[in-house]
Design a protein around this ligand. Structure first.
Ligand SMILES: C[S@@+](CC[C@H](N)C(=O)[O-])C[C@H]1O[C@@H](n2cnc3c(N)ncnc32)[C@H](O)[C@@H]1O
Length: 286
């Protein structure tokens, strides 16, 4: 949703921005071009690979106004303090979830194609690793995350199959997990979407504590933006969109630019089917 992001962020020469989710650097590069030599973009990602790829792109384009930070965006206030001295920020953007490079990364288990390690962490593996969640979370806790984050109707059945399966043998790979999910949901009970899709999404969200860090970064954005500064958030999950919507409505000091969320055009969805669930909300700090 680059076109829409630029429309709402409205980057101008000499302004300062934070891109909380560098990913493939599409947004960062476009914002940096508009901010020009006197402006700056600090771009954050938990994923070292994203930073390495972006560094190459930035060098090729000879852009001098981008700083890359390998951190969790929940630390936005500290990152701004360290990188902008006393200045407040003109715009904060975030494009939540995972990048295409992460989906294709065979050393991690974001995709349910192939047989990959059970690691859905955006950054370094933490205590709440995906393997730990799958092999140790109690039945009802697994059911809760599959219901709340995956909106999966068969959450209990699938959680039960995982708990029974791991009693026999530790679940080591995405292939082991998919086999249990497929056993729990026979083809005649499946919808158009493979049942692993929602379960993988739920496990990724739990591994990275995505809803919690989103609430934290929104509160931090309110602190670092100058009056007139803009916040633009692209989300892909109804739970995330609800948090953004409520935050902008319930926190004082925002002029909301998107009464209804902006969604991708038909053409964009055709080019990139994963964009179909994207929702963009934007607001100006008063
Ligand atoms: C959808 S991609 C961003 C794509 C980017 N806008 C572009 O133009 O290519 C999301 C990125 O955010 C990163 N990310 C997700 N949660 C994060 C967090 N809490 N802190 C830092 N980076 C995070 C992921 O590692 C991923 O690279």
């Amino acid at each position: 949703m680059l076109r829409e992001v630029l429309k709402f962020l409205n980057p101008q020469a000499g302004q300062n921005f934070v891109d909380c989710t560098l990913g493939g650097a599409g947004y960062t590069l476009a914002i940096a071009e508009s901010a020009g030599e006197k402006g700056r973009v600090v771009s954050i990602d938990l994923d070292k690979l994203a930073l390495e790829n972006a560094a190459k792109n930035i060098k090729e384009r000879n852009l001098q106004n981008i700083t890359l930070v390998n951190d969790n965006f929940k630390n936005l206030e500290k990152i701004v303090e360290e990188n902008f001295s006393d200045q407040k920020i003109d715009g904060v953007v975030m494009d939540l979830g995972l990048s295409s490079a992460q989906l294709d990364d065979e050393s991690r288990g974001f995709s349910f194609k192939g047989d990959r390690p059970l690691n859905m962490a955006f950054g370094p593996i933490n205590d709440n690793s995906t393997a730990e969640i799958i092999n140790h979370y109690p039945l009802l806790e697994l059911t809760r995350i599959f219901t709340d984050y995956g909106e999966e109707h068969q959450a209990y059945h699938i959680a039960k199959a995982i708990v029974e399966g791991r009693k026999l043998k530790r679940i080591e790979t995405t292939g082991d997990l998919i086999a249990l999910i497929e056993k729990a949901v026979p083809p005649r009970f499946r919808s158009r979407i493979h049942p692993a899709t929602k379960i993988f999404q739920a496990l990724r969200m739990e591994t990275n504590e995505e809803l919690r860090v989103l609430s934290e970064v929104l509160a931090a954005a309110a602190q670092v933006l100058k009056p007139g500064g803009r916040l633009v958030v692209v989300s892909f999950h109804s739970g995330e969109d609800r948090i953004v919507k409520r935050f902008l409505k319930d926190t004082e000091g925002w002029q909301i630019m998107t009464k209804r969320p902006e969604v991708p055009t038909e053409d964009e969805i055709e080019d990139n089917p994963r964009a179909r669930s994207a929702k963009l909300r934007a607001a100006i700090k008063i």
